[in-house]
Design a protein around this ligand. Structure first.
Ligand code: SF4
Ligand code: SF4
Length: 336
């Protein structure tokens, strides 16, 4: 098997680079006119303005429309407590950050239900339920640092980004959610809500029982933030699980991956603050191979990221991706 191609465009030509890469790669010949196509984007947590520029999304949407596809901008709810934990609030954050219908020319669909509890399971990975409607994906990732993985690029954008809460929970934690008794005010919202009837009262405090399947919906339901989980998965294990989830997302799908190495910050866009970039903008890397695409971007940012996360080896996700057959770390770079 030959080396995968990674296309590169410098920062000043990123906007024109998107349609050129979509054309040159032949991606659209792999799709069928009239079909839905998911454009995967991270809108950024409220307070973080380092997310992708909505104009980049608009450019991808226009390219899809030209080929008579139906572009939909897709995302999922977040696991942690924040402004994107519920689908309706998540869409409000997207609008605030400029991803309105008027600007991106496509609707937004949050794929895992209002509370992130809707999932289906493929290869043991709990993916957002409505992902099943999408055979074609354009993966637009903002490349930046990440607390557990060292960096977040195209693999993470699909793995964490298209997992339902159950999947995010499984990647981050070895245990099911639990109730913090001190914070529980016995409102009963979680008991009424749990689709699996797994929550009951015990001594006037909610208690999660054995029927819990770890869907994570109750975390978003509790108005008091009393339902918790342990962020106890080790960095190495999280990276390996992300490679596995990315593989599950890509099973029987056609996708092309874009890493925008612009505004590279220490933390990911889930962080509710606008951090200063740690290096000057580098540009855009794109490929059909997500491992090669992340390897190319990581290769250009390694020194700066190592200083931020000296204890983390980000190559685990790349090695695991290669081991699983998700892609290759050696690639051919084509500068456009
Ligand atoms: S929703 Fe929260 S506060 Fe209400 S009963 Fe459940 S855990 Fe307690
Ligand atoms: S108790 Fe378990 S099954 Fe019920 S909503 Fe919470 S995570 Fe889902």
């Amino acid at each position: 098997m030959g080396k995968p191609i990674v296309w590169f465009v410098p920062p000043e030509r990123v906007k024109e680079g998107i349609p050129i890469i979509l054309e040159k790669s032949g991606f659209f010949s792999r799709t069928k006119p009239g079909k839905k196509i998911g454009i995967k984007v991270h809108f950024g947590e409220e307070g973080n303005n380092n997310h992708l520029d909505p104009e980049l999304v608009r450019i991808a949407v226009l390219a899809c429309s030209y080929y008579d596809l139906q572009p939909v901008v897709i995302e999922t709810t977040s696991l942690y407590r924040g402004k994107r934990q519920r689908a309706s609030e998540h869409i409000q954050v997207a609008y605030k950050h400029g991803f309105t219908l008027q600007s991106i020319l496509a609707p937004i669909e949050i794929l895992d239900g209002e509370y992130g509890e809707k999932f289906y399971t493929v290869k043991n990975a709990h993916l957002a339920q409505k992902l099943r409607y999408y055979r074609y994906i354009i993966n637009l990732a903002h490349f930046k640092g990440h607390l557990l993985a060292g960096f977040g690029g195209v693999i993470k954008n699909l793995a964490m980004g298209l997992a339902a809460k159950a999947g995010k929970l499984a990647m981050h934690s070895t245990t099911k959610p639990y109730v913090n008794e001190e914070k529980c005010v016995s409102c009963g919202c979680c008991i009424d809500y749990c689709p699996y009837g797994a929550i009951d009262y015990f001594k006037y405090v909610a208690r999660i029982g054995r029927r819990c399947v770890g869907c994570g919906g109750c975390i978003a339901i509790c108005p008091n933030g009393a339902i918790k989980f342990n962020w106890d998965e080790a960095a190495e294990s999280v990276q390996k699980k992300m490679a596995h989830y990315c593989q599950a997302v890509l099973l029987d799908r056609e996708a092309i991956h874009f890493n925008f190495v612009l505004k590279v910050t220490p933390n990911c866009d889930c962080n509710p603050e606008t951090e200063k970039p740690i290096i000057p903008d580098i540009g855009l890397f794109a490929s059909f191979d997500p491992v090669a695409c992340d390897q190319a971007a990581y290769g250009q940012t390694r020194q700066a990221l190592e200083k931020v996360y000296p204890g983390i080896n980000p190559e685990i996700i790349l090695a695991e991706g290669e081991r699983l057959g998700l892609g290759q770390r050696e690639f051919e770079l084509v500068a456009l």
